[in-house]
Design a protein around this ligand. Sequence first.
Ligand SMILES: [Zn+2]
Length: 382
Amino acid sequence: MQFKKIIGQESLKQRLIETVENGRIGHAQLFLGKNGYGALLLAIAYAQYISCQHKKDSDSCGECVSCIKFEKLIHPDLHFSFPINKNENVTNNPVSDDFLSEWRNLILESPYFETSHWYKSIDIDNKQGIISVHEAKNILKKLSLKAYESEYKFLIIWNAGTMNLQTSNKLLKLIEEPTDKTLLFLIADDEEQLLKTITSRTQIIRIPPIEQTSIVKYLIQNNFSDQQTAEKIAATALGDVIYAEEKAKQKEENLVFFEFFKTWMRACYKADIRAMNKWVEDISSSKYGREERKRFVLYAIDTMREGIILNYAGEQLEEYLGEEKKFVKNFAPFVHARNVLEMNEILNEAHIHISRNANPKILFMDLSMKFANLLHVKNVHL
Ligand SMILES: [Zn+2]
């Protein structure tokens, strides 16, 4: 991975490059920062830069033999350790190398990911991952060999906070007395997760949140959102691009839900059985899965709540923009003290029933009939 593929962080990239130019590369460095700031990727790009045969001022060349292997994460001197656990295929004393292909795939396909995404991709069944003492033994064995192709051997320990006490103690020796030409990059989001004996022996590199402008650019360039939405999201993302991307995807889905909700409420209000039926066929079709139907119901609950807030508190519709905002405003008067509790209750029940695999056609037709009645309940003005 070249530095230019990493979102923002320009001054930190420059600082890392300077350590190479000045020949002051610390042998044990701790990259401290969230996954969403790009901590892991910066460590990989740094290693690639160190190993590159035709370094440029601001990046590795991306084309030399070393870079090509780094780009695919298959350079023989690049080693990784990360939290894992047993799964269906790996049942005995698992080590990171058993999961190397899943690891490479995840980084190459979606470089910014959370720990939970990683666990999901290796199917460890809600178990926590750890970096165990078997892993530490494996590391020591691997690093005792000479570098194959590069001047240095690299070990990147991602999520170093998941090392247990035994593992930490075993690796401490490596940090104190590094084997020849070995560079150790530890990655963690909080130094409190690590033993003091480890943090005190590493050079700490604090990864700052990504600048807002870089996040806005990223969201737009990847077609996650338009300028206005991107700015809104970046302002609340606190420099975390994983959070920003998820928010953007959610917004995109919400636009689909919005159209769905609008059509539904109109059909119910008019008690138009044909339109209701068509809508039920639509949401029950195989285009949507159970999780999407659940999220749609939550969206409906949120929109009802926004309507009520608007009616009674007259608050700004922070979460809504444009057309959606206009609709909520028009819709709000139909949600009031005399029907909102029941609406909320039947939607919450629907959410539970969908989780239990209720037949969507029956469930949504039933809901539609109830809404047709509830939308006509008159409000009482006190
Ligand atoms: Zn190169």
